[in-house]
Ligand binder design. Structure first.
Ligand code: NVA
Length: 371
């Protein structure tokens, strides 16, 4: 059945086919959560975020929401159906029999939580305690899709215990230093242990029959094995990016634009032995352009490489953050039509244009790009 705006259909097999229906996050009530093991490991050692937490200043929330609303309006004007999550009260603690943290996070980046594979939307286990309940923000939409689309599969991965056994204590010391972090990344020694399956949805990229998954801070090997068993008709491949001292979420590191073309962060190059899989199937991996900024905006977890965190609307059209002049120029040279979208003031709330969205429907079927 073809796409129609009058009926809800869930279907998306890859990152580039024509986008028809998407979820765009919200910045409401977003908090900087208190310290906890996996989150601390990600906050850069020189970050302005070390040692402070609480609700983000209202004027920054309002500004981020203005940008997210504008982005949603632009997509709607182009004919894309846009849904929004229902924020919960993130000032409430997250408490289970296994852990307690004093506040939660927010719901700006749905990409971290929801993994759409074909007719299924899978809620990730998540790996931060403060994000354990974030799936609740999307439940009203999941319920609606389930009522309206008989083919929709709503799935949730087993919620993890997230006890201290899930985290390597070595990562909890105040100063580790970049050199040691890079050594640990190269050795695949990450903050999360192999206690139980863990994954964030934003560590997964969909290439039709192949799911490419970053093994790092937020996704462990058991999480990747869980995905392999859950999607038996897919090939699930683990990838690593040894140049990244804070390896979480693949979407500022490896960005497919269309069949045969991927941008790779030049500081986090895919190792040759993993690159071969793509090259032998005629995929070109190109170094991404440099970011336009030397530093991330204030109170931001992410790196300046959100420059390559783009949203592909179809194999010829891509949304790029409006201040990322070098990335826009490169896209243009690669033959893409570029839609500049202002989002930098929302980065601190959980990421860029890819992070703040989650696919509901794209045209196209499940293809094998690596036969
Ligand atoms: N590892 C990423 C997060 C991207 C969404 C970074 O570069 O900060």
């Amino acid at each position: 059945m073809n796409w129609s705006p009058d009926t809800t259909q869930v279907k998306s097999w890859n990152e580039w086919d024509t986008l028809r229906h998407v979820i765009v996050g919200k910045a409401d009530d977003c908090h900087i959560p208190p310290e906890e093991p996996a989150l601390d490991a990600k906050v850069p050692e020189d970050s302005d975020m070390r040692g402070q937490w609480g609700r983000r200043p209202q004027e920054t929330i309002d500004r981020a929401n203005e940008l997210l609303d504008n982005f949603a309006d632009m997509l709607r004007k182009r004919g894309v159906r846009v849904d929004r999550p229902t924020p919960t009260d993130f000032s409430l603690p997250a408490t289970t029999p296994d852990f307690h943290t004093d506040s939660q996070f927010g719901c700006m980046p749905p990409r971290d939580v929801l993994l759409t594979v074909g007719h299924e939307i899978l809620e990730a286990t998540m790996s931060y305690r403060c994000r354990w309940f974030e799936y609740l923000c999307y439940r009203p939409l999941m319920q609606q899709y389930w009522e309206e689309d008989v083919n929709f599969r709503h799935e949730a991965a087993p919620k993890p215990r997230l006890t201290d056994a899930d985290y390597h204590a070595d990562y909890l010391s105040e100063k580790i230093g970049i050199e040691k972090r890079l050594k640990w990344t190269a050795e695949k020694f990450f903050v999360t242990t192999e206690e139980e399956p863990l994954f964030d949805a934003a560590d997964v990229l969909r290439f039709g029959k192949d799911l490419i998954v970053q093994h790092g801070f937020t996704t462990n090997m058991k999480g990747i094995e869980w995905l392999r068993r859950h999607f038996p008709d897919h090939r699930v491949r683990a990838v690593n990016f040894p140049g990244d001292p804070y390896p979480i979420h693949i979407d500022a590191t490896f960005t497919p634009l269309r069949p045969g073309l991927i941008l790779n962060n030049p500081n986090r190059r895919l190792p040759d032995e993993q690159r071969a899989y793509f090259n032998k199937n005629d995929w070109e991996i190109v170094d991404a352009a440099q970011p336009a900024h030397n530093t991330p905006p204030p109170l931001c977890y992410s790196s300046t490489w959100l420059s390559m965190n783009v949203l592909v609307l179809d194999p010829k059209t891509v949304c790029v953050e409006a201040s990322e002049v070098y990335q826009m120029e490169q896209m243009d040279k690669l033959g893409m039509e570029v839609i500049p979208v202002e989002l930098r003031d929302a980065y601190a709330f959980g990421g860029g244009l890819h992070c703040c969205t989650a696919d509901v429907y794209r045209d196209g079927d499940c293809e094998d790009y690596f036969p």
